[in-house]
Write a protein that binds this ligand. Sequence first.
Ligand code: MTE
Ligand code: MO
Length: 323
Amino acid sequence: MHYHRKPGWLIPESKATPESVFMQRRKFLAGSAAMAAGGILGAAGGIGCAAEDDTDKTLDLYPAQRNPEFTLDRPLTEEEVAAAYNNFYEFGPVKTISRLAQRLTIRPWQVEVGGLVNNPQTFDIDDLIRAMPLEERLYRLRCVEAWAMAVPWTGFPFSALIKKVQPSLQARYVKLTTFLHRTVALNQLRVWYPWPYEEGLTIEEAMNELTLLVTGVYGHPLPKQHGAPLRLITPWKYGFKSIKSIVSIEFVKERPVSFWETLAPKEYGFWANVNPAVAHPRWAQSTERMLGTDEKYDTVIFNGYGQWVAGMYPTLREREYFF
Ligand SMILES: Nc1nc2c(c(=O)[nH]1)N[C@H]1C(S)=C(S)[C@@H](COP(=O)(O)O)O[C@H]1N2
Ligand SMILES: [Mo]
């Protein structure tokens, strides 16, 4: 396993990286067949981070107009840096999955929106993107592993889609699901992970002004490693909530149990709101390191987005991390 940087203030990433712990524990069981195949087939799958599919029929929509309401307190992360340091466990438990992620075919792509709604619909991704109000927003993203970035996402408010399908009164949560393609995303062959990746929000959170369904970044469609063709972004929550490459959005009555919550319920709660006062069981959350520059910032409650979201959580701050 290869790590790019280990700033002195951070404990070694081999310890700090929660999402690789399961991998390390089970390395011996895994055998190397899947990863070896990944290397070979991955090489055939393409290189670099230019990743838009040829058949993407939405290219004319980029760059979208920037929404001036959302400003940053720090420089944007360099595009090449953000595109080369990713969490996308379907392709492996390391940050260097951008090449392997090119194996994913993102056209044609359908997103099924259903469950407790009055108007269930299955959208072709290009039709969906064209029907939605695309805009660009500068957001910070804070990973639970204590690294952060600041990037210009392109997307549309989740609320715009919710209004189209009209949840029924019994719907209380929304459950989002990533693709399952074991022969494409070879880490999905590792059966101890609860594939497919799933995440959930309350309807109120999904309707929040900040909550975006993201289709692009840096003024063009999403590279595959960032979760093309459609991912979630909830900038006040830790990065693992921002599920990639979504195929299903289901409105449900019961609270969904996420991928990481299934793996480690004491470490990854449902709310996952950024909170410097609540340490992860294995490291502090009080500071964060910017990708690319290694600049250190104090972590802020709700990642600095409290004015939009704090009203949704009238309970004690200390509890907001968990459920
Ligand atoms: N399907 C899926 N979505 C995912 C992940 C993943 O492993 N699989 N990792 C999450 C985590 S932990 C983070 S920090 C962000 C990283 O997004 P980025 O690689 O675009 O920076 O994606 C999130 N979404
Ligand atoms: Mo993360």
